[in-house]
Design a protein around this ligand. Sequence first.
Ligand SMILES: Cc1cc2nc3c(=O)[nH]c(=O)nc-3n(C[C@H](O)[C@H](O)[C@H](O)COP(=O)(O)OP(=O)(O)OC[C@H]3O[C@@H](n4cnc5c(N)ncnc54)[C@H](O)[C@@H]3O)c2cc1C
Length: 490
Amino acid sequence: MRVPTVRVEKLNDQPIRPERRYILYWMVAARRTRWSFGLDHAIQTARRLARPLVVFEPLRVDHPYASARFHRFVMDGMAHNQAAFAQSPVRYLPYVERAPGDGRGLLEALAADACVVVTDYQPGFFLSRMQRAAATKVGALLERVDGIGMIPLATTPRAFPTAHAYRRFMQQSLTQHLTTPTPDPLVGLDLPAAPDIAASLRPAWLPTPAGALTDDALLASLPIDHEVGPVATLRGGHAQARAALDRFLTCGLERYVDERLDPGADAQSGLSPYLHFGHVGVHEVFDAIARREQWSPSVLGPTKGAREGFWGMSPESEAFLDELVTWREVGHVYSHHRDDFDRYDGQPDWARATLEAHRTDARAVRYDRDALERAETHDEIWNAAQRQLVRDGRIHNALRMLWGKKILEWSDDPEQAWDRLVYLNNRWALDGRDANSWSGIGWVLGRFDRPWGPERPIFGMIRYMSSDQARRKMRLGAYLARWGPTESAV
Ligand SMILES: Cc1cc2nc3c(=O)[nH]c(=O)nc-3n(C[C@H](O)[C@H](O)[C@H](O)COP(=O)(O)OP(=O)(O)OC[C@H]3O[C@@H](n4cnc5c(N)ncnc54)[C@H](O)[C@@H]3O)c2cc1C
């Protein structure tokens, strides 16, 4: 099946160079070998031009928040990709940069022999800027493939102000976009054998050997933040992602409606780090749900933006897809259309106005950023959430909302709250630095939300949450025991 043209964007005006040696797939977002429109397009281009395929998956040491936690997770995924590509005619070049700047020029060097360069897309953070800069340097056509969501980003007209507005648009357009990527495109893949490229590379550009990808010695030697260490219980790669998905289908999904807001219940999928690093794609997750429901598009319901009844599935699958499709994608669409997605001054006018009106309100409690990071507040629920973030690289969503709201309450002003949320979330969360990091942080301060009364100190009309409410509504005993103050957070 051809990749829908609406998902493929030309990033430069360079021609295809049919006389050159291979197709280069620069894998930066969809870091996987299955269910990937990016890989499908690279394979189709290689077939059309009868050229070998070279896949280049780099990992830099100088990106913001680079740490042993993120590197371990991405390198796990690279090891998995290495094993998968080894069974195919594709030449795979995993590259873990060892010192800042070592990798500079490597993409251009590889592209010099490429007929076409294909890359993949994730809005937000720095990837898009990096790709646009690279487009001016590679001397061949650079095509970017968008496989991040069910709805292709190029078909979205603008950033949507609310989840309801996006849900309605998504419901009205979904049936035009049900083409899926190939589940396992490497099976039976017939392409010309790729040349041995390593021989012509500088020593600092050599691919990282398979064994080094899983070896902690390489990780330990890298100039990255080692205070943010790997999470032993959360390893990267497609196999791990698929195991998490299967576990959720067996044990979590049927409890999703009633228990997903219960931090002790483990009724969520835990997929967000895998989705963020592209170790699993949304189409594979959707396919698993659709199979469980024996679903076909003929059962789709009304398209007026209602949360329930559109998919024609069980209540639990409808609720899960509302998160996976509506909430996840409204964030992607926002970052795709707006350059200010990561700035406080990009927040909705009503939200900034109400926070401005309460800027000078007295704060009964203030904490500095270090105290927050070390989970040294008076609030045991907040401290537990912060400890989970630091030790486990995640926070249960129900508490993540409260965690964010309290940071607003305890900071000097909304801008300072914004900066702290970005820092804590993106430094420690394995799903951080995603378009949905800024969606979640933006939501704490009013994005995708509406004014809520009564007007309160500090918050104004921003939706308020308190630890007392959480204590009343949630069963927190097991969670507080698990993330209690047995050791410091950092
Ligand atoms: C302050 C704050 C910060 C956040 N930072 C991030 C972040 O850095 N990265 C991130 O992916 N999400 C973030 N979120 C959204 C949400 O917390 C996580 O997506 C969710 O908890 C991930 O857990 P899960 O995979 O088990 O979700 P599940 O409930 O199993 O949902 C399945 C998938 O749907 C998507 N999803 C679920 N809830 C949301 C949501 N509220 N908004 C957008 N997408 C959602 C995720 O991709 C998730 O993996 C943030 C929310 C808040 C309030």
